[in-house]
Design a protein around this ligand. Structure first.
Ligand code: COA
Length: 161
């Protein structure tokens, strides 16, 4: 069965919370209150992926200042990785924000090669390194998708004009 991507909403906050807890380390997860805030304020460009009736991934993307989108969290359950679901989720947010933002930014662990590959494939470029960004002391790359790379992403993602 095909993978379906659905808009995130408060009705499914428990599902998003469950996914987040199964995908990320305990030290990395958000509080329930913050997740609720994100779900309420960023639902326009945040999605869940459903495969064969099972919720398998999610993305939370917010507009954190005029003209700028921010991928706050994206994850896919371990058994469902490498099937294109992460790309579908990223593309859903990128396409949704077309014409609304001029750039999309995110932070990623410098060791997270898979995620860096995913973002690079879509046109994100490393802008700078943030020392000690994560609670365990690891650095982050701040990555940006903007300028001509945005158009490239709309094309890669086959966004409707
Ligand atoms: C990062 C993550 C969301 C990717 O999801 P996914 O569904 O596996 O991604 P896709 O199948 O769409 O693959 C997208 C790209 O990632 C890269 N990728 C996927 N699996 C990879 C692997 N095992 N090794 C290296 N690169 C890989 C490739 O560039 C791939 O594109 P391609 O298939 O066209 O070559 C997923 O691995 C995940 O949930 N990881 C844990 C949570 C996390 O790290 N989130 C990001 C926090 S910033």
């Amino acid at each position: 069965m095909a993978i379906e991507v659905k808009r995130c909403s408060m009705d499914i906050i428990n599902i998003v919370e469950d996914l987040e807890r199964r995908i990320f380390r305990p030290s990395e997860i958000y509080t329930r209150g913050f997740l609720e805030w994100l779900c309420e304020n960023c639902s326009q460009s945040s999605y869940v992926a459903v495969k064969d009736g099972v919720y398998v991934g999610y993305i939370i993307t917010c507009i954190d200042r005029p003209g700028q989108g921010h991928v706050v969290s994206v994850g896919v359950l371990p058994g469902y990785r490498g099937m294109g679901i992460g790309t579908m989720l990223m593309c859903s947010s990128i396409c949704r924000l077309r014409g609304i933002v001029e750039s999309i930014v995110l932070e990623v662990r410098v060791s997270n090669e898979v995620a860096i590959n995913l973002y690079s494939k879509l046109g994100f470029r490393i802008h700078h390194r943030i020392p000690g960004y994560y609670s365990d002391g690891e650095d982050a790359y701040f990555m940006v998708l903007n300028n001509g790379y945005l158009n490239q992403a709309y094309s890669t993602c086959q966004c409707n004009p």
